[in-house]
Every structure is written in structure tokens, then in C-alpha cells.
Design a protein around this ligand. Structure first.
Ligand code: AMP
Length: 190
């Protein structure tokens, strides 16, 4: 079992690198952002509850997010490990993930921190907006999302640093060379 958190601000390349990690290491991918977008597009009760929150670029309440994530883990009993993408985004989520995994005799093995500057994030999301059609990639929503990252999500880092689990990766450069650094960190932690 190998559990990995991919961590970084919006536009850091978490989705891009997750796809490559999954392909190589055969981990099950859990992206809470993708899950919320799926609920919204299918107009489920959960989707209706979170639609406006996502549109505003704010964080969904912890209890809703944690319940959804735990259910998804339970739905994948055969997985040989998970890559958590976009989760945890608050210290409360990180603490509950630790407890949840501990109850299953598991743990987080590695936290990959994708390090990018704010200017780079803004550029990338402006580019992504042209193809993603994501309303929350609009400039004003992006400012909210970056604000949520720097006020709430950033505190997740020291939580995992105290556990000695964080490897910082320079997230600016060629996708392949960043992936190379990620593979080295995973191979070392495995
Ligand atoms: P993402 O695709 O990871 O950028 O997430 C898109 C949006 O989904 C975020 O701006 C939040 O509104 C919501 N979201 C995703 N993951 C979480 C999380 N772990 N906690 C709270 N809200 C989340």
C-alpha cells in the first residue's frame, strides 16, 4: 500500500502530474475537485449543495468533503494505494484523513509539494480557462481560490512537515522533467 498526497496551489500542475503518476505507479486517483464537478454535472443532491460554493471559488465545508472522500476510498477496496489530489485542503481534513487511514492500518507515505509562484499560477490558469470552460478559472474566482489556498490550505504543509513526509518539487519547467523529480521522490519513499 502506498498513499500519496499531491499538494500545491490551483494551477500548480497537480492534475497533469497525477495522471502521469497513476499511469506509472497504478495508484487509484481521488480528486475531490473532479468529484464535486461530477456531482454538479449529474445534478445530485450533493452537487446542488456545493454548486454555488465551487462557482464562488470557496472551500466546501470539511464535513461534506471528508464524508465524500472516505466513501470513495471505501468504494475502492482493491486499490494498492491512493493519490489524493486537492485533498486535504485544511488541517481538519488532514487530521481526519490520518485517523481514517490509521483505522484501516494505513498511512500517508509521501506528500509531494509542487512549488510554483503566484505569477506562474495566474498565467497558467488564464491559459487553462481557454479550454477548461471552468467558471472558477475566471480572474475574480481565481483570486478567491488563491486566497483560500494561502489562508487555509497552506497550513496543511507544516502538519505533514512535522511528520517528515514532505518533498518539495520545483513545479516550474518541462512537464517531463518535473515528473522525473516526482518519480525519484516516490521511488525513494516506497
Ligand atoms: P480543484 O479542482 O481541486 O481546483 O477544486 C475545485 C473546487 O472544488 C475548489 O475550489 C473547492 O470549491 C472544491 N474543493 C475541491 N477539493 C476540496 C477540498 N479538499 N476541500 C474543500 N473544497 C474542495
Amino acid at each position: 500500500m502506498f498513499n500519496l498526497v499531491i499538494f500545491g496551489p490551483p494551477g500548480a500542475g497537480k492534475g497533469t502530474q497525477s495522471a502521469k503518476i497513476i499511469d506509472k505507479y497504478k495508484l487509484a486517483h481521488i480528486s475531490t475537485g473532479d468529484m464535486f464537478r461530477m456531482h454538479i454535472s449529474q445534478n445530485t443532491a450533493l452537487g446542488q449543495k456545493v454548486k454555488q460554493i465551487l462557482a464562488d471559488g470557496l472551500l466546501v465545508p470539511d464535513s461534506i468533503t471528508i464524508d465524500m472522500l472516505e466513501e470513495e476510498v471505501q468504494n475502492n477496496p482493491d486499490a494498492t494505494g491512493f493519490i489524493f489530489d486537492g485533498f486535504p485542503r485544511t488541517v481538519a481534513q488532514a487530521e481526519s484523513l490520518d485517523k481514517f487511514l490509521e483505522g484501516k492500518g494505513q498511512k500517508i507515505d509521501l506528500v509531494l509539494q509542487l512549488d510554483v509562484t503566484e505569477a506562474e499560477i495566474k498565467n497558467r490558469i488564464a491559459e487553462r480557462k481557454k479550454v477548461s470552460g471552468r467558471a472558477d478559472d475566471d480572474e475574480d474566482k481565481l483570486i478567491k481560490r488563491i486566497d483560500e489556498y494561502f489562508t487555509k490550505t497552506i497550513h496543511v504543509l507544516p502538519f505533514y512537515q512535522e511528520q517528515g513526509k514532505v518533498v518539495k518539487i520545483n513545479g516550474i519547467g518541462e512537464v517531463e522533467s518535473i515528473f522525473g523529480m516526482i518519480c525519484a521522490a516516490i521511488d525513494e519513499a516506497k
